[in-house]
Design a protein around this ligand. Structure first.
Ligand code: NAP
Length: 253
């Protein structure tokens, strides 16, 4: 068991990559707080975990709100006894912003959830990790944090938010290392989750996206979770401030 005696908080844990992380981390011995915007998805994932013999608790909150971020961390510590691992998987694209929002509201909303939300969660998690003598933060950036978006007009907040997450990761990685806290991020390629459903249910769009990945298909959430497990675990004890592309070769072209 690679995460025995560890406590993990996973935002966006009720869906997609976060849910896959929650299931895998508990199978590897961690006690997990599954946090999401709504409790419904988180509760479903917690039930799957408990049915498989794992231990999970659920929390709800909006990572872009300071008070919620603080509470997600403090409730995890209260119910599971501390905090060793934070996975920041909560994230949105412009498609998730309310209909009728103008370009400025779309920009602010995506940046607030993806970048400020990741920052706030790290802000409140780091002092708890220091109390334990260290910890591991895994942020979800994206291939779109490394290269431009293939389906954008250039005014898309998502690439900027994910590029920001990459730099936040590097800055935390080098500056918190002395406290035993490693911070890394994943840069997944297009992955089959609710986030990409609007794209993948269109056969022509799906074929176009698949052709951009040399492996010839999109990723599955479990494939991203396995990389998150590596970064979260002691197997990555000498890795900090780094990004790992899990992208079917997308960014190697
Ligand atoms: P997903 O299935 O949509 O899961 C994201 C989860 O985050 C959802 O449960 C969502 O809740 C939650 N969330 C949204 N806004 C939130 C907020 N303000 N506070 C708390 N939770 C919030 O998406 P995913 O594909 O697993 O994405 C996970 C992460 O990977 C994201 O950061 C995404 O940008 C990144 N990523 C995804 C891909 C991909 O192709 N799927 C590729 C690269 C990177 P609701 O469902 O209730 O809105």
């Amino acid at each position: 068991m690679r995460l025995e005696n560890k406590v993990a908080l996973i935002t966006g844990g009720g869906s997609g990559i976060g849910a896959a992380c929650a299931r895998l981390f508990t199978a590897e011995g961690a006690r997990v707080a599954v946090a999401d915007l709504s409790r419904q998805g988180a509760d479903l994932v917690a039930r799957q975990i408990e049915d498989a013999g794992g231990r999970a608790t659920t929390l709800s909150g909006d990572v872009s709100r300071r008070a919620d971020a603080e509470r997600l961390v403090s409730e995890t510590v209260k119910s599971l006894g501390g905090l060793d691992i934070l996975v920041n998987s909560a994230g949105i694209t412009a498609r998730n912003v309310r209909q009728g929002a103008d370009f400025e509201e779309i920009w602010d909303t995506v940046i607030n959830v993806n970048l400020k939300g990741t920052f706030l969660m790290c802000w409140y998690a780091v002092p708890e990790m220091k109390k334990r003598g260290g910890g591991s933060i895994v942020n979800l950036s994206s291939i779109i944090g490394l290269v431009g978006h293939p389906l954008s007009d250039g005014f898309n907040p998502y690439p900027a938010s994910k590029g920001g997450v990459l730099q936040l990761t590097r800055d935390l990685g080098i500056n918190q290392a002395k406290f035993g806290i490693r911070t890394n991020c994943l840069c997944p390629g297009f992955t089959r989750t609710a986030l990409t459903q609007a794209l993948t249910e269109n056969p022509e769009m799906l074929a176009r996206l698949e052709s951009l990945h040399p492996i010839g298909r999109l990723g599955e959430p479990e494939e991203i979770a396995r990389a998150a497990l590596f970064l979260a675990s002691d197997e990555a004890s000498y890795v900090t401030g780094a990004f790992l592309a899990v992208d079917g070769g997308y960014t190697a072209r």
